[in-house]
Design a protein around this ligand. Structure first.
Ligand code: NAP
Length: 292
């Protein structure tokens, strides 16, 4: 193995410890407890599990959390009035609307409603718009992309001037991660499902962030020797040795890529833990912003 492993679990724990210490300091100063409100519409088990893990993380760090759950047949008006109520509630620091919502709900309209000071997911059009503009600062940066950049910085990987290739252009990961890389002066190529000769682009990458949701699609011989690889993908792969019958793998073939890359994140303990750590950081920041 030539690549250094990027241990997201250890790095995320450091971030969480920092947040816990800052929360304790706030409490000692008599300030309010940072509190996250999650909004879940419907009964998707994966969404319910994500929301539960976010609430648990808040608890572990000394922060508050409330979880609002509406049924699958909730109306647009019900979801919107819930968000408005949370916006107006001074005990709530941050609001996280769990996506995807049922298809009859207009997600964009709901996200637009989240107050910019409470938008800890960073998905409100104002925060994303600021991220896209030179010299403008979003109040919050989306958690998974921010976690990717944090890992690169933590490992001392130079972003400025690097050829960065982003695989995927989703609103949640690919597009905001690309914007962050550009804002850090990387030269960024964004690849997607219509990109021709994908491997040729990947071979140019000093930094590769993969977020396409395709099991181990990126092969070892696509990787530039010494490249830094951040694998966001979370895909189930059949595995008879596991009780569940499957294991989680990334968008990059780890076994092949680790023999060529300079740095690589394992899946699922690379980027995965960073997403929640960044959400905790954003929730703390929201409380600090609202003090002002
Ligand atoms: P998404 O919304 O489905 O977007 C996938 C992107 O990949 C799209 O831009 C799509 O292109 C592109 N794509 C699909 N097939 C491709 C192909 N064959 N070649 C090149 N590009 C292709 O997914 P997402 O929400 O960004 O998530 C991506 C992956 O990251 C998933 O595995 C997800 O589970 C994982 N994830 C992990 C975390 C974490 O915390 N670790 C957080 C979020 C997501 P088009 O735009 O042309 O359709």
């Amino acid at each position: 193995m030539t690549a250094k492993l990027i241990d997201g679990k250890v790095i995320a724990q450091e971030v969480r410890d920092g947040v816990a210490a800052a929360v304790a300091k706030r409490a000692a100063a008599g300030k309010s407890k940072p509190t996250l409100a999650t909004v879940l519409v419907g009964d998707r088990p994966d969404s319910a599990a994500y929301v539960a893990s976010k609430g648990k993380a808040c608890q572990e760090l000394g922060m508050g959390s409330i979880s609002e759950h509406l049924p699958t047949n909730a109306t647009q008006e019900q979801v919107e009035s819930l968000v408005k109520r949370l916006n107006a509630d001074p005990t709530i620091s941050g609001i996280l609307v769990q996506l995807p919502m049922p298809s009859h709900i207009d997600e964009e309209r709901v996200l637009q409603l989240v107050s910019i000071e409470k938008d800890v997911d960073g998905f409100s059009p104002i925060n994303i718009g600021r991220l896209a503009q030179k010299g403008r600062e979003p109040l919050f940066v989306p958690c998974t992309p921010n976690g990717c950049i944090y890992l690169l910085d933590k490992m001392g990987i130079q972003i400025e001037g690097a050829n960065a290739v982003m695989l995927g252009r989703s609103n949640i990961v690919g597009m905001p991660a690309s914007l962050l890389l550009v804002s850090r002066n990387a030269t960024v190529t964004i690849c997607h499902s219509r990109t021709k000769n994908l491997s040729d682009f990947v071979r140019q990458a000093d930094i590769l962030i993969a977020a396409i949701g395709k099991t181990e699609m990126v092969r070892g011989d696509w990787i530039k020797p010494g490249a830094a690889i951040i694998d966001v993908g979370m895909n189930s792969k059949p595995d008879a040795t596991k009780k569940s019958g499957y294991r989680l793998v990334g968008d990059v073939n780890f076994d092949e890529a680790k023999e060529v890359a300079g740095f690589i994140t394992p899946v699922p303990v690379g980027v995965g833990p960073m997403t929640i750590a960044m959400l905790m950081k954003n929730t703390f920041r929201a409380a600090e912003i609202q003090d002002k």
